[in-house]
Structure formats: structure tokens, C-alpha cells
Write a protein that binds this ligand. Structure first.
Ligand code: 5AD
Ligand code: SF4
Length: 458
């Protein structure tokens, strides 16, 4: 077993930092890991005396926690930075920082505009306070070293109150799918110790959270280096320690979706019956070019195994259309796979070439209009399937964890099933309920995105 080295940076003392009177506003873009990273950054800032701003208007420091996965994600950040120019004009002391994957990818290039004062990659968040300090003294700074060990395990993320919490159990990715920038922006895979994650989950339960989302780019590569425990062991340990807490996870890789993991999910009622298993393409030729390391047949076999163990388990996926050399026939195979699997939901994207990836060198030979047309076809097929699957929910009863009032009608509540479907429902006058409660709801009608129903008496 490996001995983990002691981190060179001092652990942050959350309790004792006196207030410095300065306020920070963090904006998170991209994946859920960024949401949790922003909470980690706020944890670090609070420990160093900073308070939370109510928004960008009353902030002394604005940090954008960015995503680099597709070109349009980066365009959004450039637009936001242009907009922040106005804030800088009205407050000359305002410090603006770019954090996250785009910081790691573009590095000093981000300092070319006078607008950005600090650039910090995903493994250097402990240094944000020091770099903000320097920026206030007029010195712009950059910290983008990737680490083989940093997991921020000792940092307490600053979470806003809620029902559902996110926690990163591992960082980085070693898969090197040829289209993906993540192995370059987030570095090598490394995991937090199992016990520390279980303890954190206990603490979240004690402070009122009812659901935990265990996050990682590829959670089924999780491994506690000291004990050797794998992701199934972690799921089981968390489920056993908190039998009333809902436990979710994402994202998994089809190659590593083991029988042990599937059986662990099936064994514990509080592990939510939802698997997000990105397939990317329905063509073996394209999967090979993508270096996905599984075949369509293997993928279908995994989903059959999941459905056998958990017949009501919801499955969702990610699909990229228009990858290098993708033909009409490859595209038809993707549509066929979607029709065969019948996913509850999918995130669907056109391929966006990323510099330095292997696919970058393969060229980007599918014209934009073809990519868009294929994407539209995929979305249409998938939306119709989601609508049909939801129709079958009519008359079914679900346990719904309430996360707030309905946005459209405040007399209704909104929550999720354990299969991660959004439910809007009418409460019972006789049985008051509140955010964080789990109630029985009978579904009356549905559309492709939402189930609508009424609460049943306990
Ligand atoms: N272009 C389009 N989509 C991408 N994804 C990752 N890299 C790219 C890219 N270069 C998608 C994949 C992945 C999801 C998080 O983002 O589908 O599963
Ligand atoms: Fe990117 Fe592939 Fe790693 Fe997912 S598994 S983060 S798509 S390299």
C-alpha cells in the first residue's frame, strides 16, 4: 500500500481566522464538481477572514470557477469577463480571479487582458487567499500546478443550507478519452480516504442534509490507497452509516461498472436507483477512436445487468455527435442504441475539438450543419422516449424528497424521486410538510421533464 505524503501546505484552521472585512463572490460554471470546488474555495476564503458577498455588486473579490470541456463553455466565461469590466470601472479595487479548468488550460493567456488579477488551477485553491492579497497590492498572480495528491480532504467546504450536498470523493481522470480535456486540466486520479468521506456524510446528516452526491470524473476508479477499499465499499459503508440518507453518485465509466457495484446498489434501499453511464456513441468504430475502451455490446451487457438487479433503475447518458470521421451510418447506430436502451434522460452535445487532445490532431471533419442536424435528430428521439417512459409513471406512487416550493405555483411543492425525476405535487392540508421531508406522492400526469401528482396520507 502507498504511504500518502504529508501535504506541504498547512491545513487550514477553519475556526480561528479573524474577519478581514472583505467579501467574496464565487460563480460556478460547468459540472457538479465545480459546484463543490467553489464551496471548497469559499471554505478556504472564510478560514482566511473573508465573508460571503450577497452577489457581485457588494463583492471585493469576484472569482469565476470555470469549465473548459467545450468551446462554448469558454466563450461564456469570456463574455462574463467582458461584463465584469463594468464592475471594475465602478470599483477600481475589485479583484477578479479565474479558477478551474479554463484557468488550467489557458494559464498566462488569461492575464493578457488587464481584467484578470489571478489565475488558479483546480489543485491550487489553498493559494487563493495569498494570490488575492497580492492582487490587492497590485501584483497579479498565477498558480496552475497540478498535484498527484491534493484532495482538499482537510478543508471544510462552505455549503449553503439545503437538502442535497455534493462532495468530491476523488479528483482527476486517467482515462484519456481522445476528445476530452479533463485529464489535462484536472490531472491524475487520486481519492480521499473512505473514513473521511463517511465522517463528512455523518456531519452533513447532523446539519440537516438528507442527500449526498458522491462526485468524481470517474467514481468507479475510486480507491482508498491505504485500506484498498473500492467504490462499492465506499457506497456500502456510507449507506450503512446513514441508513436514512439518500446516496447518489456520478459519473461512472462503462468499462468499470462492476457486478459488485451493481449488486451493492441493489442491496441498499438508500442508494438511489439511478445510474448515469455515458455511452458517447453507438458505433464501435467511433468508440475506438474515442479511446472509450468498451464496445457497444459490453455497454448493453452492463445495462442489462443493471436492469436485472434493479428493474426500476433509471439510466441516463452523455452523447457526443459529430466526432471526427463520424459517418451517417455511425450516427444511425447511435440513434439505434438510444432506441434500444430507452434512457430516462441524456446530455447531448456536438463534438467540440479541444487543443492538445489526441482527437485535436484527427481533425474536425464533420461540418457544423451536419453536427447540428444530427444533434437535433438525437434530441428528438431521446425526448420522445423520455416522454413515453414518463407516461408510464401515471398512477405510480413515489417517495419524494422535497427540495422547495414549485417555481410556477408556490402552493405546490417540488422534489425528486430516488430515480432522480422531478416531481411537482399538491400537498395535503391535513399533513403539513416542509423542505427536507420525504413524502408519498401519487403521479397523475407527466411530460418529458416532470411528473405532476398529489401527496398521499402517511
Ligand atoms: N466535445 C463535446 N462534448 C464533450 N464532452 C467531453 N468532451 C467533449 C468535447 N470535446 C462531453 C462528454 C462527457 C461530458 C461530461 O461532456 O459527453 O461525458
Ligand atoms: Fe473525460 Fe473520458 Fe475522463 Fe470522462 S472518462 S473525464 S470523458 S477523459
Amino acid at each position: 500500500m502507498l504511504d500518502l505524503p504529508i501535504l506541504s501546505q498547512p491545513a487550514v484552521d477553519i475556526q480561528t481566522a479573524p474577519s478581514n472585512g472583505l467579501r467574496v463572490h464565487v460563480e460556478s460554471y460547468g459540472c457538479q464538481m465545480n459546484t463543490n470546488d467553489s464551496e471548497i474555495v469559499m471554505g478556504v476564503m472564510h478560514a482566511n477572514g473573508y465573508a460571503s458577498a450577497t452577489g457581485p455588486d457588494d463583492a471585493d473579490v469576484i472569482l469565476l470557477n470555470t469549465c473548459a470541456i467545450r468551446d462554448n463553455a469558454e466563450k461564456k466565461i469570456h463574455e462574463r469577463l467582458m461584463h465584469l469590466k463594468h464592475y471594475k470601472k465602478s470599483n477600481r479595487d475589485l479583484v477578479v480571479g479565474v479558477l478551474g479548468c479554463m484557468a488550467e488550460r489557458l494559464r498566462v493567456k488569461l492575464l493578457d487582458t488587464k481584467l484578470v488579477d489571478l489565475v488558479v488551477g483546480p489543485d491550487e485553491y489553498r493559494r487563493v487567499p495569498e494570490l488575492v492579497d497580492s492582487a490587492m497590492g497590485g501584483e497579479r498572480g498565477i498558480a496552475v500546478k497540478l498535484s498527484r495528491f491534493e484532495t482538499y480532504d482537510d478543508i471544510v467546504p462552505l455549503r449553503t443550507d439545503g437538502v442535497s450536498a455534493w462532495t468530491s470523493i476523488m479528483r482527476g481522470c486517467d482515462k484519456f478519452c481522445t476528445f476530452c480535456v479533463v485529464p489535462f486540466t484536472r490531472g491524475r486520479e487520486r481519492s480521499r480516504p473512505l473514513q473521511s468521506i463517511v465522517d463528512e456524510t455523518k456531519g452533513l446528516w447532523d446539519s440537516g442534509f438528507k442527500e449526498i452526491n458522491l462526485l468524481g470524473q470517474n467514481v468507479n476508479s475510486y480507491r482508498d490507497e491505504v485500506s484498498g477499499y473500492d467504490f462499492s465499499d465506499l457506497l456500502a459503508a456510507t449507506a450503512r452509516a446513514l441508513p436514512s440518507m439518500r446516496i447518489r453518485y456520478s459519473t461512472s465509466h462503462p468499462q468499470d461498472m462492476s457486478d459488485k457495484l451493481i449488486d451493492t446498489m441493489a442491496e441498499y434501499d438508500n442508494i438511489c436507483k439511478h445510474v448515469h453511464l455515458p455511452v458517447q456513441s453507438g458505433s464501435n468504430r467511433i468508440l475506438e477512436l474515442m479511446n472509450r475502451t468498451y464496445s457497444v455490446e459490453h455497454y448493453i451487457g452492463r445495462l442489462e445487468r443493471i436492469k436485472k438487479a434493479m428493474p426500476n433503475c433509471a439510466t441516463t447518458t452523455d452523447i457526443i455527435t459529430g466526432f471526427c470521421t463520424e459517418t451517417e451510418d455511425d450516427h444511425l447506430q447511435t440513434l439505434e442504441l438510444i432506441r434500444r436502451i430507452r434512457y430516462e434522460g441524456a446530455y447531448m452535445f456536438t463534438y467540440s475539438p479541444r487543443e492538445n487532445t489526441k482527437a485535436w490532431k484527427m481533425g474536425d471533419d464533420v461540418p457544423d450543419d451536419v453536427k447540428s442536424r444530427r444533434l437535433t435528430e438525437i434530441i428528438e428521439v431521446q425526448s420522445e422516449i423520455a416522454r413515453q417512459i414518463n407516461t408510464r409513471e401515471e398512477g405510480v406512487t413515489h417517495d419524494v424528497l422535497i427540495d422547495g416550493p414549485s417555481k410556477r405555483d408556490a402552493t405546490h411543492w417540488k422534489g425528486r424521486t430516488d430515480t432522480n425525476k422531478i416531481v411537482v405535487f399538491t400537498p395535503l392540508d391535513a399533513t403539513p410538510c416542509a423542505v427536507g421531508d420525504t413524502v408519498r406522492v401519487k403521479i397523475e400526469r407527466t411530460n418529458k421533464a416532470t411528473l405532476v401528482g398529489h401527496m398521499l396520507a402517511h
